[in-house]
Design a protein. Structure first.
Length: 219
């Protein structure tokens, strides 16, 4: 299993098309070949907008509503979203590096062929989201809720899972073997369809035993 290497801005296939963006974000707009750099957006409303082959670097979103926005081949670096609403967004061929998502709503979102490098997810809501061919590389997922989500072909190389909830999630070809920690608070029964290492299995054994009502006792 090889984690994809992060790309830098000049290596993007559309880098030579990018133009600086200095306006405010608006709803239902189409943004293409734009570079948003060093900006702070407070309570912005970009709902149902489409970002196509755009780059965002050192951008902070405080609050804001981006529900049902679409990100196609978007590169994000050093992004901060704090209490932002990204529910039902659609991500395709996106890459996010060295970013923080805190108290962010991503429930009902669809992420496909998307990679997160060195990102921190803190209290992120991914309930009922659909993730296909998504990779979390050297990330921290703390208090992340995957309740009712569908994960297909998702991997976690070098990533720490801390107090993660998989209640009623559906997993298929999910590989957890290279995760550095499996702190799963709820939904251990949903790990059917996932692959873990032998050592990880022993770490999960108490939670699995509790789920099936198995008592382990030595005289």
């Amino acid at each position: 299993m090889h984690a994809p290497a992060p790309r830098d801005l000049p290596s993007l296939s559309y880098a030579h098309h990018l133009e600086p963006f200095t306006d405010d974000l608006e709803r239902q707009e189409i943004y293409e070949w734009l570079h948003i750099d060093g900006r702070t957006f407070e309570d912005a409303d970009g709902g149902m907008s489409r970002f196509n082959e755009c780059a965002l670097s050192s951008v902070t979103f405080t609050g804001g509503r981006f529900r049902r926005a679409r990100l196609d081949d978007v590169w994000l670096d050093n992004i901060r979203t704090v209490g932002s609403d990204l529910a039902e967004t659609d991500w395709l061929d996106a890459e996010c590096r060295s970013s923080l998502l805190a108290g962010t709503q991503l429930h009902g979102s669809r992420l496909r062929r998307t990679v997160f490098h060195h990102c921190k997810f803190d209290s992120v809501n991914l309930r009922a989201a659909r993730l296909r061919d998504v990779t979390f590389v050297d990330c921290l997922l703390r208090d992340v809720d995957f309740g009712g989500a569908t994960l297909t072909g998702v991997t976690f190389p070098g990533t720490t899972l801390d107090r993660v909830d998989f209640t009623k999630a559906t997993l298929d070809r999910v590989d957890l073997r290279e995760a550095t920690a499996l702190g799963i608070t709820s939904g251990v029964e949903a790990l059917r369809g996932a692959t873990v290492s032998t050592l990880q299995f022993f770490d999960l054994a108490p939670a699995l035993a509790q789920h099936i009502g198995l008592t382990v006792k030595d005289d």
